[in-house]
Design a protein around this ligand. Structure first.
Ligand code: FUC
Length: 336
């Protein structure tokens, strides 16, 4: 494996790792993945040459680390230890993806470890309560490891000096098709596929998820089966969202997304996964925006969005003062 650093403008570095059949690139801007290729096939959406221009204005969070809190917090506010916190509203009255000063827009320090069977890029960032309105100053590490088996592992390590919320994810979009076509033909395979209904503001509207494995009696289920379903409840969810933008329970923390050529195996220590099929691509008025709806799928491993308002002090996203946070997600790509 070979690793090489390329300096760009504005302090942005590209960290390029070559592993014969595959190639992966990370950047310190948002501790993000920029590119992942199997031979000449791009399996994630991104732009590998112009990271410094491409990422800051891109509203779709391509490849970024999201935090402190992935997904929406209703009314951008919550109670913790009987104290009320008002956060920045950045999507109508809600907060989405940690606000405008979230981890995706921060420059991380980093170091590279070149080991025998893997290369590790250890990104570090200190954030302060006054920067994003959440309680607690935090030390955050996002460790991207790429190994000889073409396995990309993300580890999150963090501590806070006060009780806070922490619900990080990565916002990479996958597309396993060679011709860069929509992801509708990809299959999703998991022991459990329970989808939480959402309302017009994309917030979970019922704690009773729809069991997709029960509703579809054939396997595998492809995204197009879900998009074209005649099931009343599923149809309504797809109609309002133009695709999936839904939190899922996936049982044993494992899910496979595949087409005829590649299989992407996702394993996580997080409890849930938000599946977002890039439903509306018109928000970014830029020549860089060459994307059509469903041109990628984000598989965001995380705790249930808005858990602090739905579950109160039982919310999994609560991180106690001085208790180390650890979470891990592995994306493993293989040719079929
Ligand atoms: C996802 C979604 C959104 C949003 C965004 C960029 O996670 O839940 O609806 O558009 O990311």
């Amino acid at each position: 494996m070979i690793v090489e650093v390329e300096k760009q403008n504005h302090g942005i570095d590209l960290i390029k790792i070559d592993n014969d059949d595959t190639y992966i690139v990370f950047t310190n801007y948002g501790a993000r993945i920029v590119c992942w290729k199997y031979h000449d096939n791009n399996i994630v959406l991104g732009n590998k040459v112009e990271a410094d221009e491409f990422y800051p204005e891109n509203p779709y969070k391509f490849g970024a680390t999201i935090g402190r809190y992935a997904g929406r917090i209703e009314n951008a506010s919550f109670n913790l230890n009987n104290k009320y916190y008002q956060l920045e509203e950045n999507e109508m009255t809600n907060q989405l993806h940690g606000g405008s000063n979230g981890l995706d827009r921060r420059l991380f320090d980093y170091e590279i470890q070149n080991n025998i069977t893997n290369i590790k890029v250890i990104f570090k960032l200190q954030i302060q309560s006054k920067e994003d309105g959440y309680p607690g100053d935090m030390m955050i590490k996002v460790i991207h490891t790429y190994d000889v088996e073409h396995r990309w592992t993300i580890e999150y390590e963090a501590t806070s000096n006060e009780d806070t919320l922490f619900n990080p994810t990565n916002h990479v979009y996958f597309n396993l098709n060679r011709d860069n076509n929509v992801i509708d033909n990809h299959s999703i395979i998991s022991e459990q596929l329970k989808m939480y209904p959402i309302d017009q503001n994309h917030l979970i509207s019922s704690q009773q998820p729809i069991d997709l494995l029960e509703r579809f009696n054939h396997r595998p289920i492809q995204f197009q089966d879900i998009f074209n379903s005649e099931d009343k409840q599923i149809k309504e969810q797809i109609y309002f969202n133009k695709g999936l933008d839904h939190p899922f329970d996936i049982g044993h923390h494992r899910l496979i997304v595949e087409n005829n050529e590649f299989a992407l195996d996702v394993e996580t220590t997080m409890t849930n996964i938000v599946i977002f099929t890039f439903n509306d691509t018109s928000e970014w008025k830029s020549d860089f925006n060459i994307y059509k709806p469903h041109s990628g799928v984000a598989l965001e491993t995380q705790y249930l969005p808005n858990d602090i308002n739905n579950e109160g002090n039982k919310a999994k996203s609560i991180l106690k003062a001085n208790v180390p946070f650890y979470a891990k997600t592995i994306y493993h790509i293989s040719e079929k």
